[in-house]
Write a protein of this length. Structure first.
Length: 274
């Protein structure tokens, strides 16, 4: 994703003069991506692959702006301004055509990459599309437990894996915005209070899937896979937020993990290109 970031041309002409003077660099990057997405929606300049890549990078730019202190309301306003300005640009404008070609070319290199790193404030999502096992995006939780996205059917599912063979269940706790306000940027991982969350129970329990190499046997342990609905809920979580996963064992022990949402959407987009 880093190479895709650097290849995108700054579409400063798409930004209204007043807002261009008031936004910071991260907000401007987000506005430029939103403007290009609006132009592509109208002009159909990109095929599905480059369009997905642009959507992923737009999410990454939005997350970076939120974590730097921008509010959701402010970014929504900036996005609206960018889309309004973009509506005035002709599809055949040389700057628009040049940017579309840059994105198409950048996508070819981006798709050829097998690994990617998507840092948040405290943790990172590490993507590996090499295919040695079904894991595609993983966050290091500081233990032998793995959390992230696995290849499942024709898509990706959110999952958690523990070396505990006696693990019997897993639950995930996501912020409920109808009960709690939005999170604030912090380098200290702090999940929302349990009484302000929605609870998501793992949909299935399987043997662990992690392999050291393609030819290796999976390690001993237990894999819990969450439903498509829960996967969508995690992807829709605020990039500034932290959520908690609880794994229970037949032995009576309970393991609690903290996960930073961060740039999971961008990691998902990159991981899905396999």
């Amino acid at each position: 994703m880093i190479s895709f970031y650097r290849a995108i041309f700054f579409l400063a002409l798409l930004m209204p003069v007043a807002s261009h003077a008031q936004v910071n660099g991260l907000e401007r990057s987000y506005a430029e991506r939103m403007a290009m997405r609006a132009i592509d929606e109208r002009c159909k300049l990109l095929e599905s692959g480059p369009r997905r890549a642009l959507a992923g990078f737009t999410a990454q730019a939005r997350g970076a702006a939120l974590r730097s202190g921008s509010s959701t309301q402010r970014l929504d306003l900036i996005a609206d301004q960018a889309k309004t300005a973009a509506a005035a640009k002709p599809c055949r404008d040389p700057a628009v055509q040049s940017e579309a070609q840059r994105i198409i070319a950048a996508h070819k290199g981006w798709r050829a990459q097998l690994t990617g790193n998507y840092p948040g404030l405290a943790r990172s999502w590490k993507v590996d599309r090499g295919g040695k096992d079904i894991w595609r995006a993983v966050q290091d939780t500081g233990s032998a437990t793995r959390v992230g996205l696995i290849a499942s059917g024709t898509g990706l599912s959110f999952a958690v894996e523990t070396p505990d063979l006696n693990a019997s269940g897993a639950r995930l706790f996501l912020r409920d915005l109808s009960k709690l306000g939005p999170p604030q940027p912090s380098r200290t991982l702090a999940p929302p209070l349990r009484n302000g969350t929605t609870i998501h129970v793992a949909a299935s329990r399987r043997p662990a899937a992690t392999r050291a190499r393609v030819e290796s046997k999976p390690r001993a342990g237990t894999l819990f896979v969450f439903s498509d609905a829960t996967t969508r809920a995690v992807l829709n979580a605020d990039p500034r937020d932290t959520f908690e996963i609880e794994i229970t064992s037949r032995s009576g022990t309970v393991t609690r993990l903290l996960v930073e949402v961060g740039d999971l959407v961008a990691a998902f987009t990159f991981a899905a290109e396999f």
